[in-house]
Design a protein around this ligand. Structure first.
Ligand code: TYD
Length: 219
């Protein structure tokens, strides 16, 4: 008799630098584990030995916009094939700090590459791979800038100017408008405890939906 392991759930977290996304990643992992779920936590760019090397280059070295976008997708292709898909197939819940929406927002919007070039690369490098749910941590630009100013040394993206981040935020919002079913918009100006109590309800809803989907799939 063959046993069928139900596929895990793929959650990504997005937002401008300084929006508070990174504060909630370890918390989300703990919440899922507390509900007895097997969790893999990873990030982009990165998530594999090659991807982490590419991350260092991407965050430190100036390069042509197309080179930057290709390297983001090179790291992502490796990540999807060697980490994310195997984990999902083994039934794990994958929590990913940024995914393809960041390329639409930062390269497509912020750097003005446009969404069609990003779409072409997405279709070629990782066809059909999308998170099941994406949390977008949203704050007005001034709040993100103010939080960033308090943080450690800034990387190449974080050093960009206001217009860049305004375009990046708008591109994120466009993604939400285009795929409202996938996104959960988080008002990240609220106190952390308020954000977390709302997210806890969102996690419960996700877990129940996932359980229902599995029951629906069981032969
Ligand atoms: P980030 O995830 O914010 O990490 P940290 O919290 O350590 O600063 O940093 C990654 C940077 O990479 C961020 O500024 C956005 C950028 N990025 C892109 O421009 N395109 C992408 O596709 C991805 C995944 C990230």
């Amino acid at each position: 008799m063959t046993t069928h392991t139900p596929r895990g759930c793929f959650i990504s977290l997005e937002g401008l630098d300084g929006a508070g996304k990174s504060t909630h990643v370890p918390w989300l992992v703990d919440q899922l584990k507390a509900r007895g779920l097997p969790v893999l936590c990873t990030r982009e760019p990165g998530g594999t030995p090659l991807g982490e090397q590419l991350r260092q280059i991407l965050l430190e070295t100036s390069m042509h916009l197309k080179t930057e976008t290709l390297l983001m997708f090179a790291a992502r292709c490796e990540h999807v094939n060697s980490v994310i898909l195997p984990a999902l197939e083994a039934g794990q819940w994958v929590v990913c700090d940024r995914f393809t929406d960041a390329s639409y927002a930062y390269q497509g919007g912020g750097r003005q590459l446009g969404k069609s070039a990003v779409h072409v690369l997405e279709q070629w490098a990782i066809p059909g791979i999308q998170p099941d749910r994406t949390w977008l941590f949203d704050v007005p630009l001034e709040v993100a800038r103010e939080r960033l100013a308090r943080s450690r040394q800034l990387d190449r993206f974080e050093q960009e100017g206001e217009a860049f981040f305004e375009r990046t935020r708008q591109a994120y919002h466009q993604r939400v408008q285009q795929q409202p079913h996938r996104f959960h918009l988080v008002d990240s100006t609220l106190p952390i405890e308020v954000v977390r109590s709302r997210l806890a309800a969102e996690i419960d809803a996700l877990v129940s939906r996932h359980d229902r989907d599995i029951e629906g799939d069981t032969p």
